[in-house]
Design a protein around this ligand. Structure first.
Ligand SMILES: [Cu+2]
Length: 153
């Protein structure tokens, strides 16, 4: 009987260890963040902070919009441009700042910023993006706001 208890205790300790490893792995924590196209020619979230491995889904909740990336982290290629009025999904595997917009509304400021892994290495590249004065001022505001938001985890 004593031996059995010792064995059960060992098994429980092992189980706890396995659960800890599982809970701390990225796969267990990967999230899906949804962003909608609004009737005001904007994205429902202008700035999001995510972890490496998280997914962003854009939903065509209003017509006439899409997702086109105009800035990515250094040495990272742009995710594919989406088709108009279609849902789009991107898994972010590289840390840094990503800027995207809606192709027909880039210059009216339909823009969004994604901070992956709390990494701001390429934030200054936002100043190199050439859009209309209105859109450039939106970008500057987004960059400033993103920098002021500290990620909680
Ligand atoms: Cu649009």
């Amino acid at each position: 009987m004593k031996i059995k208890f010792a064995l059960i205790k060992k098994l429980l300790i092992y189980l706890c260890f396995c659960l800890q490893v599982f809970a701390s792995s990225d796969a267990a924590l990967a999230k899906v963040i949804k962003i909608e196209f609004t009737e005001f020619d904007t994205y429902s979230s202008e700035i999001i902070h995510i972890n490496v491995g998280d997914t962003v889904e854009w939903l065509p909740t209003n017509e006439g919009h899409n997702v086109e990336f105009i800035m990515t982290p250094i040495m990272v290629s742009s995710p594919e441009k989406s088709k108009m009025n279609e849902p789009h999904s991107v898994i972010f595997q590289e840390a840094g700042i990503y800027v995207y917009g809606c192709t027909p509304h880039l210059n009216t400021g339909m823009l969004g910023l994604i901070v992956v892994g709390n990494d701001f290495h390429n934030i200054e590249d936002i100043n190199e993006i050439k859009l209309s004065p209105v859109a450039n001022s939106v970008l500057k505001r987004l960059a400033k706001k993103a920098k002021s938001q500290i990620k909680s985890n």
